[in-house]
Design a protein around this ligand. Structure first.
Ligand code: SF4
Ligand code: SF4
Length: 183
């Protein structure tokens, strides 16, 4: 038979030797395992009790998105769709609408996102939507997307994305270029 030659030299021939009397007792192996467990009781714990405790995040951590408002409280997003096009996971979708007279205090641009959705189950938090946005409207924050049992709950609509006027979200700490909005 023509056997293929291995490309690596990592193969190991396993011997099937008879177990000794002590090995057949299994006791030394059990005691050895328990000794390892016992030693770990006195070692420093590397885990934290999330969610009661959290670790400090890196300044560039990318978490839940926010749709920003400008200084006057108007939504920055103009529903151009560039974030959706840039998104490699196709997590973003939106419906654009024309701003009508009297809505100038709500939307900064003449066109705005009537609907805007991000599917957090699809999102890989790469930040490309933030990079693509010409209006400094979408940013990733240091907030964690909470877990849920229902898939629908992971589709975030404007209610959960647009920042509240009385709860502005500071994204300046994780912007290193200094060219972003100061709010
Ligand atoms: S962070 Fe990346 S994957 Fe998530 S919505 Fe933005 S572009 Fe898409
Ligand atoms: S968030 Fe930015 S890129 Fe996305 S639709 Fe709005 S303005 Fe365009």
């Amino acid at each position: 038979m023509n056997t293929m030659q291995s490309l690596t030299d990592r193969k190991k021939v396993v011997s099937k030797k008879e177990m000794t009397f002590m090995e057949k007792l299994y006791l030394p192996a059990i005691i050895g395992g328990m000794w390892i467990t016992f030693k770990h009781l006195f070692r420093k714990n590397n885990t934290v009790k999330y969610p009661e405790q959290t670790r400090e995040f890196a300044p560039v951590y990318r978490g839940q998105h926010v749709l920003k408002r400008d200084e006057e409280g108007r939504e920055n997003c103009t529903a151009c769709g560039l974030c959706a096009v840039a998104c490699p996971a196709e997590a973003i979708t939106m419906v654009a609408a024309e701003r009508v007279k009297g809505e100038e205090n709500l939307y900064r641009e003449e066109k705005y996102a009537e609907k805007y959705e991000i599917n957090m189950l699809r999102c890989i938090f790469c930040g490309l939507c933030e990079e693509a946005c010409p209006k400094e409207a979408i940013f990733l924050t240091d907030r964690i997307v909470p877990s849920n049992f229902e898939r629908d709950e992971f589709v975030y609509v404007k209610d959960r994305l647009v920042e509240q006027m009385d709860n502005r979200i500071d994204i300046t700490k994780r912007q290193h270029t200094g060219k972003r909005s100061k709010i």
